[in-house]
Design a protein. Sequence first.
Length: 633
Amino acid sequence: MSEVRAQQPGARPRRRVRERAGLAGAAVLAVAAAGYFVLPSDAATSTGSTLAATARQVEDLDRGVISVRSGTGNLVSWRLLGTEALTTGFNVYRGTTKITATPVTGSTNVLDPGAAADASYTVRAVVDGTEQAASPASLRFGSGYLDVPLRVPPGGTTPAGEAYTYSANDTSVGDLDGDGDLELVVKWDPSNAKDNSQSGYTGNVFVDAYTLQGTRLWRIDLGRNIRAGAHYTQFQVYDYDGDGRAEVAMRTGDGTVDGAGTVIGSASADHRNSAGYVLSGPEFLTMFDGLSGKALSTVDYLPARGTVSSWGDSYGNRVDRFLASTAYLDGSRPSLVMSRGYYTRSVIVAWDFRNGTLTRRWTFDTNTAGTQYAGQGNHQMAVADTDADGRDEIIFGSLAIDDNGSVLWSTGYGHGDALHVGDLDPARPGLEVFKVDEDSSKPSSWFADARTGEVIWQTPADGDNGRGVSGDIWAGSPGAESWSAADDSLRNTKGAVLGRKPSFMNFLIWWDADPVRELLDGNKISKYGTSADTRLLTADGASNNSTKATPALSGDILGDWREELVLRTADSKALRIYSTPTPAATRLWTLLHDTQYRTALAWQNTGYNQPPHPSYFIGDGMTTPAQPAVTAR
């Protein structure tokens, strides 16, 4: 990384030369007048699916080649980019030896039996019979995982005399240096991090950036005036200005120190009260340069806290409930979305970062939109184009906000802890929402049309339903299965009982050879079965966020379309990335180029972490999805 680190903070590093399969001539044609993309003639598509004429900005990724030890050989897998034809062939090389007799066209992985664990691989696309340039060399998962070294911050002592230490917590990814591979952005939580309902001082929160080889690019210290806890410290990693390098956005305060050592606001200010809460003083929103950590643009955080008690209590719980996400509100470029409050008053603010400056796009406020929309937020918000107009909506929980900041729909069912949005029922047009509720007078869970909010089925009220999951985990029933803590049964897309619900109700992960999703709970990956779950992996790593047992990150970040599991080691001296050792015959474009999935990776760290869902159905009996309408930069 010495070449990258020598660049000026504002300059985009030169990309290394790498292969690009392109679109294989006229295989994919943008037809603006028709308002859709024409797909390759040999690519089957979902019934009725069309693509917006305006291509969405995505990362200009490299091949992401990895080699995972699989028995006595290596599973080599790589990305099929969203800008490439589905039929693109690939030759695979071990060193200088080609190990594929003919170009691989049916999948994006190859098993190399009998190969040494330390073998190095490259992949070359074959376009119109011509072999393209070699990919960067593979990352080696020699023991089934890759360790990325971290530098643990030193502990400290609070004004009350309490000592604390640090653990790596939520993690995100982005191409921070513009070279085509992803870097990791890691939040460090002190051991005395607090829920908003808990009083007490906390240590400072740090945010680091690392290459996959373990080089630390920068460290940001959020300072004493940003409290530590899952509801205070949301951050987003995305390329907002389209320069090919991701930025990092966070709420900041007096005394925040950026990656270049510059203090934001007053370095000496201390706004903590005797209970450890920060209920006075300025609040900021800062966009940081992803390569250097330097603050690029800082504005006042909106909305301001105002009178603390106006958010539902006077001691500081509900006023400091923050959420964050990224959405393509104009249909082509990403915007930053930040919010405050969800138990009572809720305010959502959309920001654009263009030409080095944060500017406000719109504000939604339940104080002006109507009190009937107050209290409808979740501990996370999802992003999806729910009305199929090419622009994203914000699913805040029981409330959906249109791309222009107006109300799209509301069920009125109130706050909840878990939310899933995706093509959960492929037999229906469009997307669906599955959500659990906390209000004992409302349905404990419900399944709704994402375009209209019309509830398709629901389960009876049953107190505070704290967990819920929806995804295709069983091939015995079409579409997604849904289950929750307050329901004894597993249910199908119509709400009918299927039988035993899984042992876990936490995360989901695509891991084995089929497109049915697996169960992820803490460091355990399991396959659902009607009589019992089958353990596929018990990883050597630690999960985060107490009983939530969430990974540092889980998603398709390397190799083929299946998902990686990122955990911290017990001592937080490394992030441990696991990838599947199992060959698969299914070929899909990298999920990083499905913008619903990519934005879900960005908001995964928000509040109570939830797994990402793409914009189309992946599961048993799936049809080939439409090619992403994207442009890589």
